[in-house]
Write a protein that binds this ligand. Structure first.
Ligand code: CTP
Length: 405
């Protein structure tokens, strides 16, 4: 079992998502981990220590000053006798306490006393998550080296409000735990893999640019999933607002030409996955000065020229990686179009996005893809971008296994 012998200290915060922590305990234990739980007093309003204790098969800790308690082992021991601390759900309050070093209950004291990695799975109302105070606390915690999984967007259980704030699913938390504990098969160790992600910005003048709606979520998730399988991942990211993935070496670029240069400098590599939504065109001559309105002259005409095709360049490169994967936005004739693209771009696989997908692929959290190769089409179900990433990373590992270096 993958988590055999690993000790997780699970801190359950007070939120409706606390019920998912029960499932999380079950998932961790079936993978061989032992789980010890600390509950805040608010958490006990949502789930009972009795049910948590039944699942951990251990005493549930909640009181800081309960020296009468025969199970009391003290906060230092609690936090040190674990391989990893996981806070799920991590409420806005717990994040604020940890970001500011408060220690006025057992949960916050244990978090402050630990010398182990800490993983937070935030869950809160979207307004609370996007509040400047929570954003500040998150930035502080990230700077301190605290790890995060989620939150995701979706409907909130209590209010029906939509937005970012839903706790990650138990299995996603389990994957994040496995990654932090550095366990699991690492079939890609020793493999160098280039990934492109995000949009590109093509300048018009020093203050204006042409862009697209790509968020980088899918590409970054793929980079992280490849790294979890042990690959040395070099991510070339266009301008995005999401964080660099953990365990990945990230280079930031703006334009398609910068992205091409960065990718070519990273060759040779074992594989390359081109997820970026590269602008097909750029303005011919970006103005060196801000273009001004001139009375009577009307709007400027933008002269466009084609950008280099980065994927095609690498697909036909003399240092072509063993495995080259491209993405495509197809709505019709998927097989025909994608197969034509395979040859044109020199790719082994094309991951065809169904861009008619409900809710929109670009910027969204889910994706429905088809994997087109010389061998045919493999249709995947509607999945989260994390799941698409995990499956694609497994596919890359499978393909590279047959190639010995
Ligand atoms: N790509 C690239 N460099 C470009 C354009 C695209 O590397 N200048 C890569 C993308 O990262 C993606 C694939 O090529 O992997 C997408 O190819 P593209 O020809 O843009 O296909 P579609 O987006 O499907 O659009 P079209 O219908 O124009 O072919």
């Amino acid at each position: 079992m993958i988590l055999n012998g690993k000790r997780i200290l699970l801190i359950i915060g007070g939120g409706i998502a606390a019920y998912k922590s029960l499932d999380l305990i079950r998932r961790l234990r079936e993978r061989g981990a032992s789980v010890r739980a600390v509950m805040t007093s608010a958490a006990q309003e949502f789930v009972t220590p009795l049910s948590v204790g039944a699942l951990t098969a251990d005493h549930v800790f909640s009181d800081l000053f309960d020296r009468q308690d025969e199970h009391d082992i003290g906060h230092i021991r609690l936090s040190r006798e674990a391989d990893l601390l996981v806070v799920a759900p991590a409420t806005a309050d717990l994040m604020a306490k940890l970001a500011n070093g408060h220690a006025n209950d057992l949960a916050s004291t244990v978090l402050l006393a630990t010398d182990k990695k800490v993983l937070l799975a935030p869950a809160m109302n979207p307004k609370m998550w996007s509040h400047p105070a929570t954003r500040r606390n998150r930035a502080t915690l990230e700077k301190d080296g605290t790890h995060f999984v989620g939150p995701k967007s979706g409907e909130m259980a209590e209010s029906g409000e939509a937005g970012e704030g839903r706790m990650a699913e138990p299995l996603e938390i389990v994957s994040a735990i496995e990654a932090l504990l550095d366990v699991g098969p690492r079939p890609l160790s020793g493999r160098k893999i280039i990934v492109t992600s995000g949009p590109t910005h093509e300048p018009i003048d020093p203050v204006r640019y042409i862009a697209n709606r790509s968020s980088g979520k899918q590409g970054h998730a793929i980079a992280a999933a490849l790294a979890r399988l042990g690959a040395d991942v070099r991510l070339v990211s266009g301008p995005v607002t999401i964080a660099d993935p953990a365990g990945v070496n990230t280079v930031h670029v703006e334009s398609a030409r910068e992205m091409r240069d960065a990718v070519e400098q990273l060759l040779p590599a074992d594989a390359a996955v081109f997820v970026a939504a590269v602008a097909d065109w750029r303005t011919d001559n970006a103005a060196g000065e801000k273009i001004k309105k001139v009375a009577g002259e009307g709007p400027p005409a933008l002269q466009m020229v084609e950008n280099p095709d980065i994927l095609a360049g690498v697909g036909h490169h003399k240092q072509r990686p063993y495995l080259v994967v491209g993405f495509a936005a197809e709505t019709q004739d998927v097989l025909k179009n994608a197969q034509a693209k395979l040859a044109k771009k020199g790719a082994d696989f094309i991951v065809a996005n169904d861009v008619s997908h409900e809710g929109g692929v670009m910027g969204g959290d889910r994706n429905r893809v088809r994997i087109v190769s010389g061998g045919g089409v493999d249709e995947w179900p509607d999945l989260s971008k994390q799941e698409v990433a995990a499956r694609l990373a497994a596919l890359v590992a499978e393909r590279l296994k047959t190639i010995t270096v």
